[in-house]
Design a protein around this ligand. Structure first.
Ligand code: F6P
Length: 547
């Protein structure tokens, strides 16, 4: 495996950085009237303007050289071919097979996975049709009106984000609910809103061992049985999505009510698999297929486009520029679309669980930064909250501003205001405001002398703050599919550059292990396990409060 910091391109980018970091984007725009045209591209229904980044042609060619020297072309091929690139779990990484709309064979351990992908999709389609049409009836012969998804992490965030994003496409009879938190408050409040006769619980867990999900599912089942008073009724109201048939059966869900997926689908990459069942129930098979189609467009583009015109590669490499050269350790996702309000949380898991790693594939510690901290909120709300820091704080934090051009269904006059803000923010972050401009403005307002000068430094914006503007023609299943796949591949590319395994998540295990012991102590099943004094005291406090 190439050692990143020894690659010639890594070194020459450092030389280039010494000069590039002095440049202001204002100058770069002034020097090149075609900058916006040259630094933008369109894939399917997505348009990316990456011109408001601290990059020049030399930066881009250095970054693309780095991608090549890091072996990216081969790694892309390896993923699409089904090679076991998740080395610590000895698994292929094939979310791309789930939306492989050409159906070309993809082999894992000598077996083409496409027939089983298609057969699960078909079963999901039949089931979704039965539920949506009202053919599938509950135990009192009423159609389903409410879907409660029980899952956490990848078994929650993907379906939740997509169902929220595509609400205008949702079935008018169907109310969607998502329960992930083991804090009983979430399930309790959800159950207050639904009726046992008309609710379908979808229990989603790749492993079917996740404590939070199983606890919520058991409580939901008890609640249901208290009302239905018939074990046989469970089959009409509980389905499971998992890779673990035995655990599903042990839990008490009939395997004929289980939708399968496979260990080569990572949890945070699973919304395209049967984990997308709630999406299909809400949006219908056709729209779910459109979501897959959109992702497939991005997959094909990622696989085939030259790096210089490859949207995921460009976003990833520009990200590397900030993370590894500028030392910008955070990245903001700012959707200017209320329907996309869960996108930041979704991308946060996707990126941070994938690339929050400290060793390379061969186990050697990295000597450079890896995944940035991903955070965000709807852009317009962010503007009135944390954008102050982004404009005038001391951190460099690149921002993805995401919006759709068509304001379908927006109330009159709203969409223009929204988009004016997207474009204005991108401009403000890039241009900033110089001291002279501030002086001129204050003078026009009638200020002068010491009072004016005292205010100037506070009103200066350095600008030169990077943004990507990502515009969808409209927020629909196809474009959303492309958008999600774009981020998946961006994250993959960065993982390749850093030489890490983006597809395991060992870092979540220690807390789970310790919680088991502490849970046994809190419930009185275990006494005096070994802990530090702080943990011991916290346990004592709990005991005192819950005598
Ligand atoms: O604890 C982290 C994690 O394993 C995620 O990777 C995953 O998406 C989530 O928990 C849920 O896991 P499961 O689908 O197996 O319940």
């Amino acid at each position: 495996m190439p050692n990143l910091t020894q690659l010639p391109a890594w070194q020459s980018l450092w030389d280039h950085f010494a000069e590039a970091k002095q440049r202001h984007m204002r100058e770069l725009f002034a020097e090149d009237p075609d900058r916006a045209d040259r630094y933008s591209l369109e894939v399917g229904g997505l348009f990316l303007d990456y011109s408001k980044n601290r990059i020049t042609d030399a930066t881009l060619s250095g970054l693309m050289q780095l991608a090549r020297e890091s072996g990216l072309p081969d790694r892309i091929k390896a993923m699409f071919k089904g090679e076991k690139i998740n080395s610590t779990e000895n698994r292929a990484v094939l979310h791309v097979a789930l939306r492989n709309r050409t159906n070309s064979p993809i082999h894992v351990d000598g077996e083409d996975v496409m027939p089983k992908v298609n057969s699960v999709l078909e079963r999901m389609g039949k089931f979704a049709h039965a539920v949506r049409s009202g053919e599938w009836l509950g135990y009192t012969n009423q159609p389903i009106t409410d879907i409660v998804n029980i899952g956490i992490g990848g078994s929650d965030l993907g379906p939740l984000m997509v169902c929220s994003a595509l609400k205008p496409f949702g079935h008018p009879r169907m109310n969607m609910h998502f329960v992930s938190n083991v804090d009983g408050a979430q399930l309790k409040e959800t159950l207050k809103k639904v009726h046992s006769e008309t609710t379908l619980f979808v229990v989603e867990s790749k492993t079917f061992t996740t404590q939070e999900t199983l606890t919520n599912a058991l409580t939901a089942r008890d609640w249901f049985l208290q009302r239905a008073r018939d074990e046989k009724a469970v089959a009409k109201h509980f389905v499971a999505v998992s890779t673990n048939q035995k655990a599903v059966a042990d839990f008490g869900i009939d395997p004929s009510n289980m939708f399968e997926f496979w260990d080569w689908v990572g949890g945070r990459y699973s919304l395209w698999s049967a984990i997308g069942l709630p999406i299909m129930l809400y949006l219908g098979e056709e729209n779910f297929t459109e979501l897959l189609n959109g992702a497939h467009i991005m997959d094909q583009h990622f696989r085939n486009a030259p790096f210089e015109q490859n949207m995921p590669v460009l976003l990833a490499m520009i990200g590397i520029w900030y993370i590894n050269y500028y030392g910008g350790g955070s990245h903001v996702i700012a959707p200017y679309d209320q329907y996309l309000h869960r996108l930041p949380a979704f991308i946060q898991q996707l990126d941070m669980e994938s690339n929050g790693k400290q060793v390379q594939v061969d186990g050697t510690p990295v000597n450079f930064e890896t995944a940035p901290i991903i955070w965000g909120e709807t852009g317009i709300n962010g503007q009135h909250a944390f954008f102050q820091l982004l404009h005038q704080g001391t951190h460099i934090s690149p921002i993805d501003l995401i919006a759709s051009l068509e304001g379908q269904g927006s109330l009159p006059g709203h969409h223009e205001i929204l988009l004016a803000n997207v474009f204005a923010q991108a401009e403000a972050f890039m241009r900033g405001k110089t001291a002279d401009e501030v002086r001129e403005e204050l003078t026009k307002q009638g200020m002068s002398g010491e009072a004016l000068e005292a205010l100037v430094p506070h009103k200066v914006f350095g600008g030169n703050r990077p943004t990507n503007t990502l515009l969808m023609h409209r927020l629909d299943p196809r474009n959303l599919g492309s958008l999600i796949a774009l981020y998946e591949h961006k994250i993959f590319v960065q993982g390749v550059i850093w030489g890490i395994n983006s597809f395991d998540q060992w870092g979540v295990e220690l807390g789970k292990q310790l919680a088991k012991t502490i849970h046994a102590e809190l419930t009185g099943k275990l006494k005096n396990a070994e802990h530090d004094s702080s943990t011991r005291r916290l346990i004592q406090l709990y005991r005192q409060a819950n005598k």
